[in-house]
Write a protein of this length. Structure first.
Length: 226
């Protein structure tokens, strides 16, 4: 399948959490990050053609998904949302960058019309749930050759589950949050088998203002000699 080169980027606590508690905005933890760390994050955004977060992240965090801490072009904002249930006053509808809402055949027509009136584009990819196997080739054909995925946990799982990820960049927040039901880097049902898990190899690591940054690439599995 021809698809964009996919980089998952996330800020994660030392115990793997994305937020302080389920339903909380990740912006609370991200407020710990220094300007230099934000520069690193935004330098990654400036290098990609598209940037994706799930609609739950839009509702909870209301991100801009633009390049502000460094010089660079804003990527296309891509939001998978099976029912097109995104707030009409969300920052993703600003005129700073193009926005694509990816939805399904079950999305209400009135929502689709309103989103188009706000200036965003609608793509249909799937019947009940957004189908990434349908979506990614369309994005590649439209010039999204490199895609940055900034979560949340459910979106990360879909890309990991399908094997549609090439790199993983983690900004390690030097704090511990705890909590059994707090969202982690990757949600979903999990692989539950060593034979299915995705392996990574580290390609770079460095520290910015006491924040460890690790960069990983998917490690191809060794072919069996049998």
């Amino acid at each position: 399948m021809i698809r964009p080169y996919v980089i998952i980027v996330s800020e994660v606590t030392l115990d793997g959490k994305l937020t302080l508690y389920r339903g909380a905005s990740s912006k609370e933890l991200m407020s710990l990050m220094t300007k230099e760390v934000y520069k690193y994050l935004h330098s990654l955004r400036a290098q990609v053609d598209g940037i994706m977060v799930g609609c739950e992240t839009v509702r909870t965090d209301d991100p801009n998904l633009t390049v502000r801490y460094v010089e660079g072009k804003n990527p296309v904002r891509i939001i998978p949302c099976s029912t097109a249930n995104v707030p009409y006053n969300a920052n993703i509808f600003s005129k700073d960058a193009p926005t694509i809402i990816v939805t399904t055949q079950r999305a209400p027509e009135e929502r689709i019309k309103k989103i188009q009136e706000l200036g965003a584009e609608i793509l249909i990819a799937g019947e009940d749930l957004v189908d990434f196997q349908v979506l990614l080739p369309i994005l590649h054909q439209r010039g999204i050759k490199k895609l940055m995925v900034e979560g949340g946990a459910s979106i990360n799982w879909e890309f990991i589950r399908l094997g549609f990820v090439d790199e993983l960049h983690i900004i390690h927040l030097p704090v511990v949050v705890g909590g059994e039901n707090v969202p982690t880097l990757v949600g979903g049902e999990g692989f539950k088998s060593l034979k299915k898990i995705l392996h990574f190899q580290i390609t770079n690591h460095f520290v910015i203002d006491n924040f460890l940054i690790t960069e990983w690439k998917v490690k191809p599995l060794a072919k069996s000699k049998n």
